[in-house]
Design a protein around this ligand. Structure first.
Ligand code: NAP
Ligand code: G4F
Length: 323
């Protein structure tokens, strides 16, 4: 029997990588799409799967559209990836972020519970929930201390997922994923902002790179590796929560150095610190401990930061050349 999956957020960074993985495994893949009049399908096109997935119109804020999506897709597995996911925006739109990233998780869980409570459910939780870190290396037992409206909203979704598991015995799992990047990363996030700037500077189309806090540290992995962990969680007999990370942390500054060096440039000649990009409250450092995922899921990151950043620079060099 062909398995069916429903992915919310199929037009984001992770959605297309997950869709491709599921298609390779023989799933019928459905994606919820909130039509906004812009070209949101470019990532599916880049992975060559635009015509292989079934798109269903809907919005996380609209429970009826989620019920309809569950009915149409007959999903056995539901991956809730949709969110307002840019941390900086969450201070400018805290209420929208609370609704889309936070309370909408109740809509998705309700749609699952009403239409097919046997379906396995994945919630895209985040290392942002650790915020002001309470342990040097964060794992599933580390207390949360979110530092942004986004982190607070995600914490609601995380606990609701656990609550529905305990209240209704749903197979609901939560992946606490640390930062993961790829050539499909949105341009507003720091890695892609850097790799795009490197390509433009190298090709004479940009003169400088303006960034905020370059001393903050992140545990960066490759999105293509991380979607495998999502799938593995839903194949387990019992639902659970897992930290997904590389176990290595690097400053934004050192990440810049890797990106510029790849095209033979020195980042110090182009980097301008611009307080406009500082955040009202910062997450200074994130470093995950993925031991549980390794032990229980057999998962570990297989792409180094150097491989990831050079892959992203190469993709942006090609894009800028073509433009
Ligand atoms: P992303 O690129 O920002 O994608 C977000 C997706 O959500 C897009 O497809 C977007 O659609 C959709 N969306 C936004 N509002 C919606 C609404 N009201 N109804 C339906 N769809 C809506 O995020 P990502 O990097 O792929 O991350 C996937 C998930 O993992 C997110 O929940 C994120 O918060 C979480 N996460 C990400 C990371 C990371 O490092 N990437 C780490 C931990 C957790 P449009 O294309 O139409 O805008
Ligand atoms: O790339 P970022 O915007 O990612 P951030 O805030 O860590 O959030 C991402 O990862 C989370 C997982 O931990 C996800 F849940 C979330 O959805 C998102 O995918 O910023 C990374 C760091 C921050 O410390 C930021 O202050 O880079 C710093 N930074 C410095 N200058 C900048 C800039 N970030 C951005 N976006 N733009 C800058 O100019």
């Amino acid at each position: 029997m062909t398995k069916s999956a429903l992915i919310t957020g199929i037009t984001g960074q992770d959605g297309p990588y997950l869709a491709k993985l599921l298609l390779q495994k023989g799933y019928a893949v459905h994606g919820l799409i909130a039509r906004r009049g812009t070209d949101t399908l470019w990532r599916l096109r880049e992975l060559g799967i635009e015509n292989d997935v079934t798109l269903i119109n809907g919005d996380l804020l609209d429970l009826s559209s989620l019920i309809r999506a569950m009915q149409l897709s007959k999903a056995d597995e539901v991956y809730n990836l949709a969110a307002q996911s840019f941390v900086a925006t969450s201070w400018e739109q805290p209420i929208l972020t609370a609704q889309v990233t936070g309370t909408s998780v109740a809509n998705v869980l309700e749609a699952v519970r009403i239409v097919n409570p046997q379906a396995h459910f994945y919630q895209a939780s985040t290392s942002e929930m650790f915020g002001l870190i309470q342990a040097e290396q964060q794992d599933e037992t580390t207390p949360f201390y979110p530092r942004s409206p986004y982190g607070v909203a995600k914490l609601y979704g995380h606990w609701l997922t656990i609550n529905y598991r305990e209240s209704f015995q749903l197979h609901a799992s939560s992946g606490i994923l640390f930062n993961h990047e790829s050539p499909l990363r949105g341009i507003e996030f720091v890695t892609r902002k850097v790799t795009d700037a490197v390509a433009r500077i190298k090709q004479g189309k940009q003169k400088e790179l303006r960034l905020g806090n370059v001393d903050s540290k992140r545990d960066w992995g490759f999105a293509g590796d991380y979607v495998q962990a999502m799938w593995l969680m839903l194949q387990q007999e019992t639902p659970d929560d897992y930290v997904i990370a590389t176990g290595r942390t690097t400053t934004v500054r050192d990440m810049c150095e890797i990106a510029f060096r790849h095209v033979g440039l020195n980042y110090q000649d182009y980097l301008v610190i611009d307080p406009k990009f500082y955040r009202p409250a910062e997450v200074d450092v994130l470093l995950g401990n993925p031991a549980k995922a390794k032990q229980k899921l057999g998962w570990e990151a297989s792409t180094t930061l150097e491989e990831l950043i050079t892959m992203m620079v190469d993709a942006d060099m090609r894009r800028v050349e073509k433009a």
